[in-house]
Write a protein that binds this ligand. Structure first.
Ligand code: ADP
Ligand code: ZN
Length: 838
């Protein structure tokens, strides 16, 4: 018998050993799912490899090793080379290894899983126990089960709808009369295929080089029998334009039909059916059914792009682990560098992984990559349905997709031979997952490159402090691009002190200077962006009489006023209140909205410029990607004069028509109780500033603030990254914050405050006793800045690690005893390298 090491999905930190399945034991492969017995139930696990013989011998002396029950999939779900990564992740983030693998895999795999009932030997003998049941004793399904010994499929799903029935079945299972097995669905590969049209081989060149439809037709008529009818000509013209738009890629018949009704009939005529070929192809579409726009390859590289690629290409060709930090100002053309480095990797028969912070950003980068790599591109992001996600996953597994672009979880994409890994906007906090497995996609990308033996490129206009520190210390190779591709100057930035600025409209958030600049920009028919850090109308509600602030009943945070929807919303848990409430503090006063939000700025801009076309872009107005892309399209087409938005407009967007950017209030993030507040403010302001003047016309930026002298704001206004870096680094060193230490946040949460606090004290004492002096500091426990969230009280203990290895040892022991230190109802979460300190 062969034995295997299985990572079981359960709160266990180590793997378990099981024997081969009774049926088809030679089907088993690393990366497959396995259904295994765990205690009295069945659980899902993943095959990590053969078991260690010493471990098998040790176990065999103590107990009988149980067997794998079933292998639900046809083949592996991840390549064997990822096992090492999973082990590392489980150790580093102190998270159960089975849960690590489950988090890494796409959700669609388990969609549709159901249950199977199987009688045990005892159940077969004691039929009368079942039949004596007053409710189900005579039910047809039970008779069926007793006759056949198993029951599965739709009849079981129906039983599962009744809680009472489920409870009964569980009770019988407890008495060992039957077993309830989890059945995992076997999903079919549902590749999205469509009818497409493309020119016959002998005409392909003609279609891509002809000047226009007339030239095309006259050439075609030389080799094909004419004459051509008007309808045929029009249809061919439409086809040609779609074909060109898609970068000479096949055209979907559905798209052609949309712009030419009744195309099918005309296509069937002899002339066109000789010119165009019909086929079924996989067609790439965004989740909303649109084809991404085609973006042509630039004719020449800019000198800095050339220099950077001269260093990247050989590294990719060499195929060894190497770390690069691409520090390129906004508009310096980093995307083209990624694309050409990726081409080098593909030429080596390797694949490429590209991480982007979130869907919002993916769109433009996605279009670039799709234009260049077409059918070999796979996209993984949260906008996909589980089925689409699984589909992409399988295309990657099969080696059909060799360029993968996705949000942070794509770092686990099942690539067999990565030849290059790219992390765009590497400083973005969205790379950190904030619950469950709290990993950082950027850090794992570096790790994955190390395991795969390939270069990794982290790119940003404002690198994270830690990455830049590594570049200064030569752990990363620094590649810099200091100028914009088109030679445009960086925009002129002016800081407006709100405390001193002239304001003729004291009721509004706009200084006179900002109003005048907007007026002038409107008159010149240019576009403007207004950046606000928060969504909603007013960020807090205050009682005029007693000063009470309305807080969420379930979270210790203030409620935000959304005036269009006419409600107060908690941005943390979604709890809502009507806007016409009497002050809950004094039960008398009327409450009013204070503070800034995007909805309010949109409203004020409307009052100031009633004739301007104003739109707002935040998660309230663009709930889905379709609306988001539509709004971006409107801005690009010049249909919008002033765009008000939150961070969603700050990142990675390229609007050539925008010449004025107004930051309405720059300081809103600075007061956060978080050591990264300055870094985040600096990088956000730099990103927003970078939106201006990316086209022909020069850009101007106005930053309104109450803290004009704050270094994060002052350096951002001067486009001085290194200046900011030096000052911030000195501050970090003084307080021993990263990169001079590593942080681990231990979060305790529970429904009852007393118990939570007690658990926090015990955990802190455990850490103080276990940690050698000099290995690190244990701070706390203290109530978390948001002390109540979704009805759970929160405490935290911060570990500042100087010698990380010893802190890891401590955490290993802590998670083992964690459940003993915490009374029932209190949860302990370990957050290594926390991003969010609230
Ligand atoms: P970044 O990501 O560095 O801010 P982008 O990659 O978005 O900059 O590039 C800015 C713009 O310059 C894009 O519209 C891109 O298509 C264009 N661009 C990039 N490289 C070139 C080039 N070599 N020639 C012409 N245009 C280019
Ligand atoms: Zn709440």
């Amino acid at each position: 018998m062969q034995y295997y090491e299985i990572a079981v999905v359960c709160p266990l930190f180590s793997t378990l050993t099981y024997g081969e399945p009774a049926e088809n034991p030679d089907r088993i492969r690393v990366g497959m799912r396995a259904l295994v017995p765990l205690g009295s139930r069945l659980a899902t696990g993943y095959v990590l490899g053969g078991a260690d013989p010493a471990e098998v011998e040790r176990l065999a002396g103590q107990t009988t090793i149980r067997r794998i029950v079933d292998l639900p999939d046809q083949g592996p779900l991840f390549p064997a080379n990822m096992v090492e990564l999973f082990r590392w992740v489980a150790r580093y983030y102190h998270y159960p290894i089975g849960e690590v693998v489950r988090t890494a895999l796409p959700g669609g795999i388990t969609a549709g899983s159901g249950h199977r009932l199987r009688l045990t030997a005892r159940g077969r003998e004691e039929r009368q126990v079942f039949q004596a049941d007053p409710k189900y004793g005579q039910a047809p399904w039970l008779t069926d089960l007793l006759d056949k010994g198993v029951l599965e499929g739709a009849p079981v799903s129906r039983l599962w709808r009744s809680r009472a029935c489920q409870r009964k079945l569980r009770a019988w299972e407890k008495k060992r009369l039957l077993v309830i097995e989890e059945v995992l669905a076997r999903e079919k590969n549902r590749g999205k295929r469509e009818q497409v049209l493309y020119p016959a081989d002998c005409f392909a060149d003609l279609f891509s080089t002809c000047r226009d439809i007339d030239e095309l037709l006259s050439q075609l008529e030389k080799s094909m029998a004419g004459p051509v009818s008007r309808a045929e000509k029009t249809l061919l013209e439409r086809f040609l334009s779609l074909y060109r738009q898609a970068g000479n890629q096949p055209v979907s018949r559905r798209d052609l039909n949309r712009i030419y009704k009744g195309a099918a009939k005309i296509l069937a005529r002899p002339f066109l059916s000789g010119v165009l070929v019909n086929a079924r192809h996989r067609v790439y579409r965004t989740p909303f059914g649109d084809r991404p726009p085609f973006i042509a390859r630039p004719e020449h590289l800019a000198p800095e792009q050339e220099e950077v690629l001269a260093r990247l290409r050989p590294a990719v060709a060499k195929g060894e682990f190497a770390r690069f930090l691409l520090f390129g100002v906004t508009g310096s053309g980093k995307t083209e560098v990624y694309l050409q480095a990726a081409e080098t990797a593909l030429a080596q028969e390797k694949s490429v992984l590209v991480l982007v912070p979130e869907i919002a950003l993916a769109s433009q980068l996605e279009a670039h990559f799709h234009s260049r790599f077409g059918p070999t591109l796979a996209v993984l992001h949260s906008g996909l349905s589980p089925g689409q996600r699984l589909d992409e996953w399988q295309r990657i597994m099969a080696g059909e997709a060799r360029v993968v672009i996705g949000a942070r979880s794509a770092v686990f994409a099942p690539l067999e031979h990565p030849g290059l890994i790219i992390v765009d906007e590497e400083h973005d906090p969205a790379y950190k997952q904030d619950d469950g497995l709290r990993y950082n996609g950027r850090d794992l990308a570096v790790l994955r490159a190390r395991f795969a033996g390939c270069p990794v490129v982290l790119g940003s206009a404002t690198p994270s402090l830690t990455s830049f520190y590594h570049a200064r210390n030569k752990r990363f190779t620094l590649l810099a691009m200091g100028s914009r591709v088109g030679g445009q100057d960086m925009p002129l930035v002016k800081i407006i002190s709100l405390a001193r600025a002239e304001k003729s409209r004291s009721d509004l958030f706009f200084s006179n200077e900002l109003i005048h600049a907007l007026e002038k920009n409107l008159a010149e028919r240019n576009q403007s962006l207004l950046f606000v850090n928060r969504r909603g109308y007013a960020s807090f509600m205050l009682c005029r009489d007693c000063g009470h602030v309305v807080r969420c009943r379930h979270c210790q945070v203030s409620m935000t006023l959304h005036r269009q929807r006419d409600i107060l919303i908690c941005h943390y848990c979604g709890f809502t209140l009507p806007t016409n409430i009497i002050c809950p503090g004094c039960h008398a006063g009327r409450i009013m909205g204070l503070g800034i939000g995007s909805e309010r700025i949109e409203n004020e801009a409307g009052q100031l410029f009633p004739h301007a076309r104003i739109a707002r872009l935040d998660s309230d107005t663009v709930g889905n990607r379709k609306k988001y892309l539509a709004l971006l399209g409107a801005v690009r087409d010049g249909d919008i004069d002033i765009l008000v938005g939150t961070q969603m407009i700050a990142k990675g967007l390229h609007f050539p028509g925008v010449t004025l950017v107004g930051v309405v209030l720059a300081d809103s993030g600075l007061s956060m109780p978080d050591y990264k507040a300055a870094e985040r403010t600096f990088s956000l302001l730099s990103q927003v500033t970078g939106r201006a003047g990316r086209g022909e016309r020069a850009g101007q930026v106005l930053i309104q603030t109450y803290q004009p002298d704050h270094y994060a704001i002052a350096f951002a206004a001067r486009h001085d990254y290194t200046g900011f870096y030096e000052q911030e680094l000195a501050a970090r060193e003084q307080l021993c914050y990263p990169p001079f230490s590593r942080l681990v946040n231990l979060r305790l949460s529970g429904g009852e405050e007393g118990r939570t606090k007690l658990a926090a004290e015990r955990v802190a004492t455990f850490c103080r006793e276990a940690l050698a002096p000099g290995a690190g500091l244990v701070l706390g426990p203290a109530p978390a800045p948001i002390a109540l969230l979704r009805d759970r009280h929160r405490y935290q203990i911060l570990l500042k690690a100087v010698r990380m290895a010893e802190v890891h040892d401590l955490l290993d022991r802590l998670v083992q005893v964690g459940s003993k230190l915490c009374p029932a109802g209190v949860r302990l979460a370990v957050d290594v390298d926390p991003e969010n300190m609230l």
